[in-house]
Design a protein around this ligand. Sequence first.
Ligand SMILES: [Fe+2]
Length: 287
Amino acid sequence: MVTKEITILLIVKVLNFKKMINKYYEKLYSKLSSDQKLFLEKGYIVKKVESLESLNFFRTKIEQQINIKLKKNKINLNNFHKIIKTKNLNLFRLDLIKKINSSNYKKLDSRQHYFRLATKGIEKIVGKEIAMQNEISLSIQLPKDNSSLLPLHSDTWSGNSPFEVVLWLPLVDCFSSKSMFILENKNLKKFEKIYKKNSKNNSDQLYNSLKKYVKFIDIKYGEYMIFNQNLPHGNIVNKTNETRWSLNCRFKGLFTPYVNKKLGEVFKPISLAPASILGINYNYPIK
Ligand SMILES: [Fe+2]
């Protein structure tokens, strides 16, 4: 009974908060920058990386690892499929992720490097007080490989907070099926209608019903994308003749709600305002 009352109280509080924020939405919306409006309307922004040094950091480290693991020098990442067998790909990829997130790389400021790629962009979308996922992830999509696909999904369906966004960094030019797709916000109603009709649809069926509405992101090496992971997105078999390489990591407002991925476990603070440091550490004087 008590639990039920607390739940009702929480729902009422959340609804009141939502009502209050939405009351100011129109006024606040007019003050947003064009990038911020674009992010709300389309669900993503693509911009030039803010630090070439940090971009080179990741590119060089990955090339070094390929050299160490596969004894291949001067590899063109686009042609990676020519030197690896599909059956060895996932192990190789997981090994590389382990390396990127190792304490050795963290000592080289790998997290800061990732944040520096798009600090201003993330601040525009997320705010100034930010939590960053502790681990950076890596995708490698070989041409014609159907073994490592991410079918249509929204990250919130598997326990991510709707307050998270993803910073996606291509290490090669990405386009059409070599890239990822997203259902833009304007088409979300179409998804909801299809989903409502038959919620037992699997991801492939959902994708087939929506494929004429999804947008494959055209993005070049040297650019980044921040996207709304609440919107349905994914990838399909890479039908091009080039391998896709991309890094990704999540960011969110430090003080926004967490779901399965908690602060201190999956997320760590990457920027904090002085007033918050004072507030967190404040103690009322004791008589
Ligand atoms: Fe996702």
